[in-house]
Design a binder for this molecule. Structure first.
Ligand code: SF4
Length: 370
């Protein structure tokens, strides 16, 4: 989810002068500076057995084998080895095959709709197999380590599997047809253009990128430039989706909204929120650099802010955390404020300070000062 007009607790734009930011985002930093290859390029260099006519189970078995090879190769790359000749049939091809096949019975996210999106059926996200992009540009409103000097190459996909009543991007998240159709070739062109313009990363967002994993991995397959891949998501993907992503995403920008399932159900109409999103944060944290976002909501300190921050402190202590204060009522909260009286106003300065103080007490809020 992209938050417009973001304000940050990251206080200095010269963040890379700060040793702590640099060490916590070291992989991302090295790829951004072209000192290391992005993970998707490493995937392209790992040969895959040809598995024509193979079942989904066989493809996943091969994926498991190659994931182990990837781990070893990543360590070598980190140590300085750079043998990255592109294989004719690679780990990334396998990921693309799997992603396309999964659309026959979609389980990209925990709604687990099992609809055949390849045959035009739609699930909760209301998307068939066609990916649509509402806009793409270099975004200067993201966290300073992502924006740096030339911006974050942000691609806004339409559609979402959440129904957040306060969504700031409702005109694209809730209207899946509100964009231009793109296939993997077009997406690769967009990514190449963003890199040419100087973007420091490719920022997949929406709406929500998860329903478009097939096009995103296909786009990487056709991309021949080195640039870090950033996953800017509500983190409601399935374990299978996380398995496809964890070897191609260089930096995660997850959104941890709610500290319990009741608030998630009432405000985003999504079940089993906490367990799923917590699990995916753990997977992401074990597989890459990460900046976790938590948007503070009015009147949700005890039920959401507090448990989310406590969970992060216990489970992802190495992640940078952005405690966001820019909430404003939007979308259904404006249309029906009587239904959502708890969040029908902006935050007070006391609420903002309370959230920051608690995060600081847990050792979380990160304020790089040059
Ligand atoms: S991406 Fe999620 S919401 Fe959309 S069809 Fe697949 S399982 Fe359902």
């Amino acid at each position: 989810m992209c938050y417009l007009y973001s304000t940050f607790r990251f206080q200095s734009l010269s963040v890379w002068g700060n040793k702590e930011v640099r060490s916590r985002l070291s992989w991302y930093h090295d790829v951004m500076r072209d000192l290391k290859p992005a993970k998707f390029l490493i995937c392209k260099s790992i040969p895959c057995n040809k598995l024509e006519g193979a079942s989904l189970a066989d493809l996943w078995a091969e994926h498991g084998r190659l994931a182990e090879l990837f781990k070893r190769k990543l360590e070598k790359v980190k140590a300085g080895a750079v043998d990255l000749a592109v294989e004719e049939h690679s780990f990334l091809d396998l990921k693309f095959e799997l992603a396309k096949k999964m659309l026959d019975s979609c389980n990209y996210c925990e709604w687990n709709c099992r609809v055949n999106r390849n045959q035009g059926k739609v699930g909760v996200c209301r998307l068939d197999k066609v990916t649509r992009v509402a806009s793409w540009f270099r975004h200067f409103g993201e966290e300073p380590p992502l924006v740096n000097t030339h911006g974050s190459g942000t691609i806004f996909f339409t559609g979402c599997m959440f129904r957040c009543v306060f969504c700031q991007n409702w005109s694209i998240s809730q209207y899946p047809l509100a964009g231009e159709e793109v296939d993997e070739n077009k997406l690769a062109e967009i990514m190449r253009a963003l890199r040419r313009q100087g973007a420091h990363n490719i920022n997949f967002v929406g709406g929500e990128p998860t329903p478009n994993i097939h096009t995103i991995i296909g786009g990487m397959l056709r991309l021949d430039v080195n640039i870090p891949m950033l996953w800017n998501s509500d983190m409601y993907g399935s374990v299978d989706a996380m398995n496809l992503l964890k070897e191609v995403i260089d930096i995660w920008l997850p959104d941890f909204k709610y500290g319990n399932d009741n608030c998630a159900r009432r405000l985003s109409n999504v079940p089993n929120y906490f367990a799923v999103v917590a699990r995916n944060h753990k997977i992401a944290g074990e597989n890459g650099d990460m900046i976790i976002r938590h948007l503070v909501l009015p009147n949700h300190f005890e039920c959401c802010t507090k448990p989310v921050l406590e969970w992060i402190a216990q489970n992802c202590p190495h992640a940078l955390v952005n405690v966001m204060q820019q909430y404003y009522p939007d979308y259904k909260v404006i249309q029906h404020p009587e239904k959502y009286p708890d969040i029908a106003r902006r935050l007070t300065s006391k609420e903002v300070e309370k959230a920051y103080e608690y995060a600081e007490k847990l050792g979380l809020v990160y304020e790089p000062v040059s």
